[in-house]
Write a protein that binds this ligand. Structure first.
Ligand code: ADP
Ligand code: ASP
Ligand code: MG
Length: 420
């Protein structure tokens, strides 16, 4: 039997009526002759509520219990989806991660897949089950504990099942009808893309476009899964939505293909550090041990960069990290200073910043993208605090209050509303 994976995100299963709507889409595929693996998220808002309950109960929580609690939202929707399908006359049953089993690492709240044995689901399909409804976002550690895959992880569950079961396609049903040139909630000029290259989607996702979890795109790229994003609220067919695919399948040839943003950033500066070998390691070692995900890094030049006759030269180091890791970063740096591992005069923490990025595979072969970007930001009087670049992206850190303005200005500057 040909097999499809269909994933429904939180807003698509937000209440019983929406679960019924989603189940209707599944039934249609069964009627077309497919076996289906349905991956469900928790009802929208549920995971946030569960995270809140954990944090209120225990601020420095045991990560294993965090996962036990926050994974539970998906169990409810999996059961309800199976029941809804049964009521429609479709043979279906639900599976929690451990029942499959979805084997992961034991990195709680950021677990990675190790294996998804097919035997249990295959046996049920062979008995006539048409739909396996699997709770997204969760897995089982080697120690036998429940794990979760990080926020937005159900996308990754879906792609992993598509790879493991050789699915014809992995359809991600969500509350927008595809991947846009930027978040359509930020810019009314955002344009839906019919296709986007894996590499571009990977960058957009990792730079904040939460329409797909980054890891899901990585897996789709590695296993060549046909990954599609489409609306759960509209009538759809094989041509709907956005296909995430290899570069060779893309006709459009814009230099920049999308603008992404990440609202919840913070900038930390260590003011007056020594300028000598080993200092960066002494700063970023403890941060890494504390589990801080450092993103952009800048070190100022010092007198020593002009000539070598300044043995006691000093400089400043700035980095960015997610805002919810600031407390951890601050503690790690203060502890390192107290232990005399690093020296600095002052720690300057700015929690009012956001990151805005432009992405496009065309940047590999085109000059001038940075100039266009900086000109557009200057025209809006947006001050750039930190810049970082890679082969196919340029990111800037700016004041959060200008984030939406910057996204719109860049969307205009690169004429993303127009088809190439
Ligand atoms: P789900 O609950 O279905 O997983 P998410 O909220 O995780 O849905 O992701 C969908 C959201 O991603 C959209 O509502 C949209 O606001 C946001 N988004 C951000 N960037 C983009 C983009 N470039 N294209 C489409 N949606 C985007
Ligand atoms: N429910 C989880 C979250 O909100 C996983 C997901 O929806 O993908 O992050
Ligand atoms: Mg999501």
């Amino acid at each position: 039997m040909p097999l499809l994976v269909m994933k429904f995100g939180g807003t698509s299963v937000a209440d019983l009526a929406r679960i019924k709507n989603a189940a209707g889409k599944v039934r249609r595929e069964v009627e077309r002759g497919y076996d289906v693996i349905v991956i469900v998220s928790a009802m929208s808002g549920k995971t946030n509520e569960l995270v809140g309950w954990v944090e209120q109960t225990s601020p420095l929580f045991d990560a294993r219990e965090y996962d036990a609690v926050v994974s539970s939202g998906e169990n409810v929707t999996a059961g309800l989806m199976a029941l809804t399908l049964q009521e429609m006359g479709v043979p279906a049953r639900s599976w929690q991660g451990w029942q499959v089993p979805i084997n992961t690492t034991s990195a709680h709240s950021a677990a990675r897949f190790v294996s998804i044995p097919r035997d249990n689901l295959d046996a049920k399909f062979a008995e006539g089950m048409k739909v396996a409804v699997v709770a997204g976002f969760q897995g089982l550690s080697p120690e036998g504990r429940i794990t979760t895959l990080g926020r937005g992880g159900s996308d990754t569950t879906a792609v992993a099942f598509a790879a493991a079961f050789n699915a014809e396609r992995c359809d991600i049903y969500t509350d927008v009808d595809g991947v846009y040139t930027t978040d359509p909630r930020i810019s009314s000029k955002a344009r839906k893309l019919n296709k986007i290259a894996f590499e571009e989607m990977l960058e957009l996702a990792s730079l904040g476009a939460k329409v797909l979890q980054t890891r899901s795109v990585e897996l789709a790229m590695r296993y060549n899964v046909r990954l599609r994003v489409l609306s759960s609220f509209e009538d759809t067919d094989e041509t709907s939505g956005t296909l995430v695919c290899g570069e060779d399948e893309i006709m459009e040839s814009k230099v920049v293909s999308g603008v992404a943003y990440s609202r919840d950033e913070a900038k930390i500066t260590l003011f007056t550090i020594e300028d000598r070998p080993g200092v960066a390691q002494a700063i970023f070692g403890p941060l890494s041990e504390a589990g801080v995900n450092v993103d952009m890094i800048v070190q100022n030049i010092s007198e020593k960069d002009y000539d070598d006759s300044h043995p006691g030269a000093v400089t400043d180091m700035t980095f960015s990290c997610p805002i919810n890791q600031v407390a951890r970063a601050k503690k790690a740096l203060e502890d390192a200073k107290a232990a005399d591992l690093i020296k600095y005069d002052e720690l300057i923490i700015d929690t009012e910043v956001a990151k805005v990025s432009v992405v496009g595979i065309g940047m590999r072969s085109h000059a001038g993208v940075a100039a266009t970007m900086f000109k557009a930001l200057a025209a809006e009087n947006v001050n750039i605090k930190v810049i970082s670049t890679s082969e196919i992206k340029i990111s800037v850190l700016i004041d959060r209050k200008y984030m939406e303005l910057a996204v719109q200005a860049l969307h205009d500057a690169f004429e993303l509303e127009k088809v190439a």
